[in-house]
Ligand binder design. Structure first.
Ligand SMILES: [Zn+2]
Length: 298
C-alpha cells in the first residue's frame, strides 16, 4: 500500500516509495472526494483509488493536477467519472508535451499501456478557483517556478498547502524559471501555514517552514552564483561539474538520492537559459586569467 498520512480531519497525503518520493493528496467530503495529483505508477494511483472508494466509501469527483509532469498527472485516466481541474497551461502542456512523452514511455515500458492522457476539463489562469468539499474550502492559485503551470491548493480551514513542485526538498527549475521559483517560495513563506505537502518528499511542519523556505532560497542563490562564475570560464560546464550539491547547502540523500542528478541539471539549465549553449560562445568572451587558474585545478 502507498504510505499515507492523515494531515488533518478528512485531509490525507500519500507518498510514493517507488518513484522520487512524489506525493498526492485527498480531501474527503461526506458524499465525494477530491484527489490532488496522481502518482507515477498506475498501480500506486489505483491503490489510492481503492483506499478512497473502498475504505473511505466515497467516489472521487474531482482530480486536481498541480502541474502537467507525468508523475503528477498521468493517473487522471483512472478516474473516468471525475472532473479534472488544472491551470490552463497544464491543459496545453499535457496535450502537447504530455502526449508526446507518453508515446515514448509506452515504447520503453509495458506499465504505461493502461495510461491515457486526460486533459483538465476545468481550467483557470490568473485568478484563483475555490472548491467547497464538505466543510473545507480549497483555494487553487498559481505557484509557478518548477514550470509555468504549477498551482498550489490551500485547505483554508486547516492552513494546509499542497504546493505541487513549487516546494521540494531541492528546488527544481529545469522546466521552469528561477525568478518565479523565488517569488513562489517567498509567497509560501508568508501564508501562515500549518503544513506544506511538498510535490516530493516529506510533509513540512509549521515549525520547519521558515527554515525550509530560507534553505531553498539560499540554494537557489548559490546556484545563481555558481552559474555566474562559470560564465566567465572558457569551459563553463567543467566548472559546474565541480559545484557539488553540498557546496550549495543541500544534502545528496534528498528525494531518494535523485537530488544530485537534479542539482546538476539545475546548474546546466540555468546556465543555458542565461548564457546559451556553452560551445557556441565567443573565444574572446572569457577571462584569460581565470581560465589559467581553472587549468591548474585540472
Ligand atoms: Zn514532480
Amino acid at each position: 500500500m502507498v504510505p499515507r498520512e492523515r494531515v488533518a480531519d478528512n485531509v490525507y497525503s500519500f507518498q510514493s516509495d517507488v518513484y522520487a518520493q512524489v506525493t498526492a493528496g485527498a480531501v474527503i467530503g461526506p458524499n465525494w472526494a477530491v484527489l490532488i495529483d496522481t502518482l507515477a505508477m498506475p498501480d500506486e494511483t489505483l491503490e489510492i483509488r481503492t483506499f478512497i472508494e473502498q475504505e473511505l466509501g466515497v467516489p472521487v469527483k474531482y482530480v486536481i493536477n498541480t502541474h502537467y509532469h507525468a508523475d503528477h498527472s498521468w493517473g487522471n485516466c483512472f478516474f473516468p467519472g471525475a472532473v479534472v481541474i488544472g491551470h490552463a497551461n497544464c491543459r496545453e502542456k499535457l496535450a502537447t508535451l504530455g502526449r508526446a512523452s507518453l508515446k515514448n514511455a509506452r515504447l520503453q515500458s509495458q506499465m504505461f499501456r493502461s495510461v491515457k492522457i486526460v486533459l483538465p476539463h476545468l481550467t483557470f489562469k490568473e485568478s484563483t478557483l475555490s472548491l467547497r468539499v464538505g466543510k473545507k474550502t480549497l483555494t487553487l492559485s498559481s505557484l509557478p517556478g518548477p514550470c509555468d503551470d504549477n498551482i498550489g491548493i490551500l485547505v483554508e480551514e486547516d492552513r494546509v498547502l499542497f504546493a505541487g513542485d513549487a516546494f521540494m526538498p531541492l528546488p527544481y527549475i529545469v522546466d521552469g524559471d528561477i525568478d518565479d521559483m523565488v517569488a513562489s517560495l517567498k509567497k509560501i513563506g508568508k501564508m501562515g501555514l500549518e503544513n506544506i505537502i511538498q510535490g516530493h518528499g516529506d510533509i513540512v511542519l509549521r515549525g520547519e517552514i521558515d527554515n525550509a523556505v530560507k534553505d531553498n532560497l539560499a540554494y537557489l542563490s548559490a546556484v545563481r552564483k555558481a552559474v555566474r562564475k562559470a560564465s566567465r570560464r572558457k569551459y563553463p560546464f567543467e566548472l559546474l561539474e565541480e559545484v557539488d550539491i553540498e557546496s550549495c547547502g543541500k544534502s545528496r540523500v534528498l528525494i531518494g538520492g535523485l537530488a544530485v542528478e537534479l542539482h546538476y541539471r539545475n546548474l546546466r539549465a540555468l546556465y543555458r537559459k542565461q548564457f546559451g549553449e556553452p560551445h557556441i560562445r565567443d573565444e574572446d568572451d572569457y577571462d584569460e586569467e581565470e581560465e589559467e587558474e581553472f587549468d591548474l585545478e585540472e
